[in-house]
Design a protein around this ligand. Structure first.
Ligand code: CA
Length: 730
C-alpha cells in the first residue's frame, strides 16, 4: 500500500515537479532515460528537435502571449565565420552545444553565452568541390558525455563534452574521388551513431554508416540505392530495389538517394527513420531508360539499427525527376485519427505534399498538398501509390513544374504543437521550368552534373537576365498551361495534419525567406527572417505578437531552454545553405554582412546589438582590357557555367567572391588559384585535374568580359552599380 508521502511524490512526479528517472551526471550526460523523460525536464533541449520525436516544441511557457512583449536581448556569441549557420543547438545542464561552418563545434554557457570550448575540424577543402549548398552543418548529437559531429569532408568526430577533445574519428566516405560531402547532424540510434552524406547533384550513391558509440568502429553501412547489378549484391533490400531500375541505368552517376539531413530514432519502437534524396541524374529517362520507380530514392526508410536491415519503406516521389529530396526533418508524435491514437511520422518533403505515415508499419495514413504541387494528382488510398500528373514530365519538352527544385519546404525544421494540433513550417511557393539538358550526358567524376536546365519562375519574369541558350527554351504557351501565376511567395504555414488543411499562412519577404520554426507551451511560434528579425506569432491564428530587429539573416530554427528558472530562446544567425551565393538585396546579409552569431533572448532583455551597416556597395574597379577572342570568351562562358557557377554568382555581396571585382593581384595569380588551389584554405579548391591552363585562360577571359560589361554599365549609370546585378538576378 502506498503511503501518503509517496502519493504526494507520485502526484508531483506526474505534474513534472521532480525529475523522472535518476538523471545522468556531468557535461553532455544525455541517455535513454533522460530522453524518454524529456517532457518532465523542459529546461533542457536534448536533440536537434528537443525530444526524441524532434517536435521542435517545448512545454516552457514563461514566455507566452501575455509576456512576450518583454522579450529582448540576453547575449550573443560571434562565430567569426561568414557562411551559413543552420544547426539547432542542444542544451543540457546549462551548457549549449551547437555546430557551425564545415563542422565547427561550440560549447557555451547557456545563461551567458561565454565560450567553454570550441572545435575546428581540419577540413580537406579539396573535397569541397562536391558541396552544392554552402559549407553548412545541421547540428551535433550529444550522448553520454560525448558530442558527435561530421565535418564537411565526411569525418565523423566524437568529442569529449567537457573539453572538446577528440575521442575518436572515422572517415565515413567510401570514395573521396566522388562528390560526397557531409552537412547533416549525426543521429544516436541505440548503441550506434549514424551519419549520412550529401552529393545527389554530383555522382553520389547514397548511404548511411553506423559506428559504435564508444569505439568509433563501423557497425554497418546501408546503401539507399542499388549498385551496378552486374556486380554481386549481398543486401536483400537492394536485390529487391534493383528490380525498380533499368539494368542498364547510368550507374556511374551514382543514382542519388543521399541521406543529407532528416534522421530520427524512436527509442520505444527501436526504429531509425531516414529520408533519402533525389535520383541522380535528374531526368528519369536518362537515369533509368526503361522506367521503374528507382527505389529507394525520395523515400522514408525504417531501419533496425541493431542489424542495419530495412524494416519498411515508403517512397514519396517515385520516378523522381524534379529533385524532390525526402531528407527534410521528420517528426514523431501520436495523433488521434478517426478516434484511434496512431503513432505517426509527419513529413513535408520538397515535393509539396504533407505525409502522415503509421511509423510502426510505414502504411500511408494521408497525403495532401501543403503547397502548390502540379506533379501530383493524389495517392491511391488503397495501395498508397502516388498518382503522377504527366503534365510535369519534361522528358520530351520543357515543362513548368511546381514546386521547384528549391523545394516547397526544405531542411529548415518544422514544429508540431500538441496543444493546437498544428504543424508550423516555412515554405516557398514557386515553380521552375525544367528541360532535359542532353540525350548523352557527359560523366565527370566527382563533379556537379544533374542533366537538367532549371529556370525558376522568379527568373521567368525577367528573361533578359537569362543566358541566351536558356532563353530559347522558353515557350510560354505550353509552359504556362494550368499554372497562370508566375509570382513567387514565401510563407510561414500552420497545417492541420489530421484534417489535412492549411489553417493559416503569414507571408515572408519572399520565396528566399524561410527559416526553421519553434513552437512552445506559451502558445507561441518563433521564426527568424531573411531580413534579420526574430518574429513571434500566436500559435492559434498567426497574429504577429513580437518583432525584434537583430540585423543578421536567420535561416536556422530557434530553440528554447531554461537556466535557474529563466527561460531563454536562442537561434543561430547567418545567411547560407542552398542559395548562399545569392544574398537578396532585401536580406540583412546584404545590408549588414554575414558574420555568424548565436543570439539568445529572455524576458526583460535589452535591445539586440546590430552589426555595423555595410553602406552602399563600393564601385566596381576598372577591369583589365579584353585581350582574348570572342570565341575564347564564349568557350570560357561554357566552362564557367559547367564548373564555377554553383558557387560563383558574381552578384554584389555574394557569399562567394564576386569575380567582377578581382584585384590586379588576383588577375595575376588567376591560374595558380584556379588550377593549383592557391586559395584552398579559404574554400576554393584547385581544378588542375579537371581544367587545362587553356581552359583557365578562357574562363579568365569570360570573367574579364563580364567585368567590363558591368563596369561600362556602372559608368553609364553615373558610377553606381545597378543593385542585384549579375547572372542570377531575382
Ligand atoms: Ca537534391
Amino acid at each position: 500500500m502506498l503511503r501518503v508521502s509517496n502519493l504526494i511524490v507520485l502526484a508531483m512526479f506526474c505534474a513534472g515537479l521532480v525529475a523522472g528517472p535518476a538523471a545522468a551526471q556531468g557535461p553532455g550526460a544525455i541517455d535513454r532515460a533522460r530522453l524518454l523523460a524529456a517532457d518532465r525536464a523542459p529546461q533542457d533541449w536534448l536533440t536537434s528537435g528537443r525530444d526524441y520525436g524532434k517536435t521542435h516544441y517545448s512545454p516552457l511557457d514563461a514566455i507566452n502571449r501575455e509576456t512576450v512583449s518583454h522579450l529582448g536581448f540576453a547575449w550573443d556569441f560571434h562565430t567569426d565565420t561568414q557562411r551559413g549557420l543552420e544547426a539547432t543547438p542542444i542544451v543540457v545542464g546549462g551548457i549549449l552545444y551547437t555546430s557551425g561552418v564545415a563542422g565547427r563545434v561550440y560549447a557555451l554557457n547557456a545563461a551567458t553565452g561565454a565560450l567553454l570550448w570550441q572545435f575546428v575540424p581540419d577540413v580537406d577543402y579539396q573535397m569541397t568541390r562536391g558541396t552544392c549548398c554552402d559549407e553548412v552543418n545541421r547540428g551535433v548529437a550529444v550522448w553520454q558525455g560525448r558530442v558527435y559531429v561530421a565535418s564537411l569532408d565526411g569525418i565523423l568526430y566524437a568529442l569529449d563534452a567537457a573539453s572538446g577533445k577528440v575521442l575518436w574519428k572515422a572517415d565515413t566516405i567510401v570514395d573521396h574521388a566522388r562528390g560526397y560531402s557531409s552537412t547533416g547532424a549525426p543521429e544516436i540510434a541505440g548503441n550506434v551513431v549514424v551519419i549520412g552524406n550529401a552529393g545527389g547533384e554530383y555522382d553520389a550513391r547514397g548511404y548511411i554508416s553506423a559506428y559504435d558509440l564508444a569505439s568509433g568502429k563501423l557497425a554497418w553501412r546501408f546503401f539507399t540505392v542499388p549498385g551496378d547489378p552486374s556486380k554481386p549484391e549481398n543486401n536483400p533490400s537492394l536485390r529487391f530495389a534493383v528490380r525498380s531500375w533499368d539494368p542498364h541505368s547510368l550507374w556511374k552517376f551514382g543514382g542519388g538517394g543521399t541521406v543529407w539531413d532528416g534522421m530520427v530514432y524512436d527509442p520505444v519502437l527501436k526504429l531509425l527513420y531516414v529520408g533519402t534524396g533525389n535520383g541522380e541524374l535528374y531526368p528519369h529517362k536518362e537515369r533509368s531508360p526503361k522506367g521503374g520507380d528507382n527505389l529507394f530514392t525520395c523515400s522514408v526508410l525504417a531501419i533496425n539499427p541493431r542489424s542495419g536491415k530495412l524494416v519498411w519503406f515508403y517512397q514519396e516521389t517515385p520516378r523522381d525527376q524534379w529533385d524532390y529530396d525526402a531528407d527534410q526533418p521528420m517528426i514523431l508524435t501520436t495523433l488521434k485519427i478517426k478516434s484511434v491514437a496512431r503513432e505517426v511520422l509527419l513529413h513535408a518533403p520538397k515535393n509539396g505534399v504533407f505525409y502522415v505515415l503509421d511509423r510502426r508499419t510505414g502504411k500511408l495514413i494521408s497525403a495532401a498538398e501543403y503547397a502548390h504541387a502540379n506533379w501530383f494528382k493524389g495517392v491511391n488510398p488503397k495501395t498508397g501509390q502516388v498518382i503522377e500528373n504527366p503534365a510535369a514530365d519534361y522528358s520530351s519538352e520543357p515543362r513548368l513544374v511546381f514546386p521547384s527544385t528549391v523545394g516547397a519546404h526544405n531542411w529548415n525544421p518544422m514544429a508540431y504543437d500538441p496543444q493546437t494540433g498544428l504543424v508550423y513550417l516555412s515554405l516557398a511557393d514557386m515553380g521552375n521550368v525544367l528541360a532535359d539538358a542532353s540525350d548523352h550526358p557527359e560523366y565527370r567524376k566527382g563533379l556537379w552534373g544533374t542533366g537538367v536546365v532549371a529556370i525558376f519562375s522568379s527568373q521567368l519574369s525577367a528573361p533578359e537576365s537569362l543566358p541566351p541558350g536558356i532563353r530559347a527554351l522558353l515557350t510560354p504557351e505550353h509552359l504556362l498551361k494550368g499554372n497562370p501565376d508566375l509570382s513567387t511567395h514565401g510563407y510561414l504555414e500552420a497545417y492541420d495534419p489530421v484534417r489535412q488543411k492549411i489553417v493559416w499562412r503569414v507571408g515572408s519577404a519572399g520565396w528566399w525567406d524561410r527559416a526553421g520554426v519553434l513552437a512552445t507551451g506559451g502558445g507561441l511560434v518563433f521564426q527568424g527572417t531573411g531580413t534579420g528579425r526574430l518574429r513571434v506569432y500566436d500559435a492559434g491564428d498567426g497574429q504577429l505578437l513580437k518583432d525584434i530587429d537583430v540585423g543578421t539573416t536567420i535561416v536556422a530554427a530557434p530553440m528554447t531552454y531554461s537556466v535557474d528558472g529563466v527561460q531563454y530562446v536562442a537561434v543561430m544567425a547567418a545567411w547560407g545553405g542552398g542559395g548562399w551565393a545569392f544574398p537578396h538585396p532585401e536580406s540583412a546579409a546584404y545590408s549588414y554582412g554575414n558574420e555568424g552569431r548565436i543570439i539568445a533572448f529572455r524576458l526583460g532583455g535589452g535591445t539586440v546589438p546590430l552589426p555595423a551597416p555595410l553602406g552602399p556597395p563600393p564601385p566596381l574597379p576598372e577591369p583589365p582590357a579584353q585581350q582574348a577572342s570572342a570565341e575564347t570568351v564564349q568557350k570560357g562562358m561554357g566552362l564557367f557555367f559547367q564548373n564555377c557557377v554553383v558557387c560563383h554568382s558574381n552578384q554584389t555581396r555574394s557569399g562567394s567572391a564576386d569575380l567582377r571585382r578581382m584585384t590586379p593581384q588576383v588577375h595575376e595569380q588567376f591560374n595558380a588559384i584556379v588550377l593549383d588551389g592557391l586559395f584552398k584554405s579559404a574554400g576554393m579548391p584547385g581544378w588542375g585535374d579537371v581544367l587545362s591552363s587553356t581552359d583557365a585562360d578562357a574562363i579568365h577571359a569570360y570573367l574579364i568580359s563580364l567585368a567590363n560589361t558591368a563596369y561600362d554599365q556602372q559608368q553609364k549609370n553615373g558610377g553606381t552599380e545597378k543593385t542585384g546585378g549579375g547572372l542570377h538576378g531575382f
